[in-house]
Design a protein around this ligand. Structure first.
Ligand SMILES: C[S@@+](CC[C@H](N)C(=O)[O-])C[C@H]1O[C@@H](n2cnc3c(N)ncnc32)[C@H](O)[C@@H]1O
Length: 437
């Protein structure tokens, strides 16, 4: 472990980075970093991303070191159920929608309680806990509240409440069942053995001791529940709209402007509505034909936009149950493998093998976990957290470079990772794989 810097040095770094950000944001929208309702969120240029990341990391380190081992551990464990209680109640009673949206307007605790159908004393206690975590503001002590920027997004951004609902209802229930899932099915890679499925079956009064097919996962389970499917789609849609998820990182990183390297034909496996192919075809005229392969129900009714009609088509394909018959120059997978444990991810790859020739390339857009770092705990908290979310939700996983190498080796020794590129600011890396047929 590297020797730790004196805490005064951390304080100076915090001061320096804060100044850099404040100066860099002067006069820009959101540059004052206000938290009141209606204030503009800061839109920081990418040049400020490094000082921002280092500032947040330094704040995290200083806090952990000042709290000391016992204080820091308590600071993790104690708020965790409290945050769950607060967020679950905010979602279930849609509390944000009952607080007036006129800037500065307030509501008393009894009025809010009446609108939400909650007891007054509980409403006050839940709201005050929320306010302590910076959601809402107290307008008058013990009497009334109003929105702030954070609570405001729950009320005004379409889909935000769905995101909250998805997280607090599905993930929280799954988290509570995680250890039980480990005990019941140690090491299982079956989607039906994940904690979310354990929780979902228990919630419906279904047996977890005796159920038919552990290969059926969360999406199969909720398929008939329109409300849950819509909420999941909304939550994913909102998350994938964040700039770090932009298609352009992947599309721009492909070396296909060079006609020597540009494939004439490609297939996007699990390509859903074909949006990634739209971007690829528009940027690379050398790609003459793209085919989206996905489940029949997903591609049913999906059409290519007019300008791409001659170059884009869709075909039904089940990557777990069938081998690929469509032979193209390059296969693309975006956000596919992390949904699956190694045994299923390897199956997807072995099902591709019969279509591969020695010049075939596979391009994957997904996370490549970096090694843990003493100087990037906040990044690691997010990425390792996302890995566990994939586990509780699907028995899926995020993979490190080693994890990807092991996966390809398990699938077929002829796969070889040719390159991994991590564009700055992007959530995903781009993994290029060749097949030594
Ligand atoms: C997380 S989405 C990714 C979609 C798209 N590649 C993207 O980047 O937005 C996973 C995709 O895999 C597809 N999928 C799931 N199971 C499949 C299967 N057994 N066979 C083919 N596609 C499947 C889903 O329909 C969905 O389109």
């Amino acid at each position: 472990m590297a020797s730790l810097r004196p805490i005064s040095e951390l304080g100076s770094l915090i001061q320096d980075h804060t100044r850099t950000i404040e100066d860099g944001m002067k006069g820009s929208p959101g540059g004052e970093f206000l938290t009141s309702f209606g204030s503009k969120p800061a839109q920081m240029p990418s040049s400020l991303a490094p000082p921002r990341a280092e500032l947040l990391e330094t704040l995290d380190e200083l806090r952990a070191r000042l709290l000391g081992p016992m204080g820091y551990l308590t600071s993790l464990a104690l708020p965790s159920p409290v945050i769950t209680i607060v967020l679950q109640t905010l979602y279930t009673y849609n509390i944000a929608s009952h607080v007036p949206l006129t800037p500065g307007a307030t509501i008393t605790y009894p009025d809010l309680a009446a609108r939400c159908g909650l007891p007054v004393d509980d409403t006050r206690r839940i709201m005050q806990a929320a306010i302590a975590f910076r959601i809402f503001e107290e307008a008058s002590p013990d009497t009334s509240v109003r929105h702030n920027a954070l609570s405001g997004i729950l009320a005004v951004i379409p889909g935000m409440n769905d995101v909250l609902g998805f997280l607090v209802e599905e993930h929280t229930a799954a988290a509570a069942k995680f250890v039980e899932s480990l005990r019941r099915w140690p090491g299982s890679g079956e989607p039906g053995h994940c904690a979310l499925m354990l929780a979902s079956r228990a919630e419906k009064g279904l047996s977890n001791d005796d159920f038919e097919d552990p290969s059926k996962g969360y999406f199969d389970f909720i398929a008939d529940d329109e409300k849950r499917v819509a909420r999941f789609r909304m939550a994913m849609g909102l998350a994938s709209n964040s700039p770090a998820y932009s298609w352009s990182y992947f599309v721009d990183s492909l070396p296909w402007a060079d006609s020597e390297q540009c494939p004439e034909t490609i297939a996007d496996i699990g390509g859903a509505g074909g949006e990634l192919c739209h971007a690829i075809l528009r940027k690379y005229p050398g790609v003459k034909k793209a085919t989206v392969l996905d489940l029949p129900e997903v591609i049913a009714g999906v059409k290519a936009p007019e300008d791409l009609e001659a170059r884009l088509d869709f075909a039904a394909y089940n990557f777990l149950a069938e081998t690929v018959t469509l032979k193209v120059d390059a296969y693309v997978f975006r956000h596919i493998f992390h949904d699956w444990s190694d045994q299923y991810a390897a199956k997807i790859l072995t099902n591709l093998v019969p279509a591969l020739k020695s010049s075939s390339r596979i391009w994957i857009a997904e996370v490549v976990l970096p090694d843990l770092s003493e100087s990037a705990h906040t990044r690691d908290q997010t990425q390792r957290g996302a890995d566990l979310i994939m586990k509780i939700g699907h028995n899926g996983k995020e993979r490190s470079k080693r994890g990807w190498e092991d996966l390809f080796a398990e699938a077929d020794k002829r796969f070889r990772i040719e390159s991994i590129v991590q564009p700055a600011g992007a959530h995903d890396a781009i993994i290029e794989v060749v097949f030594d047929a």
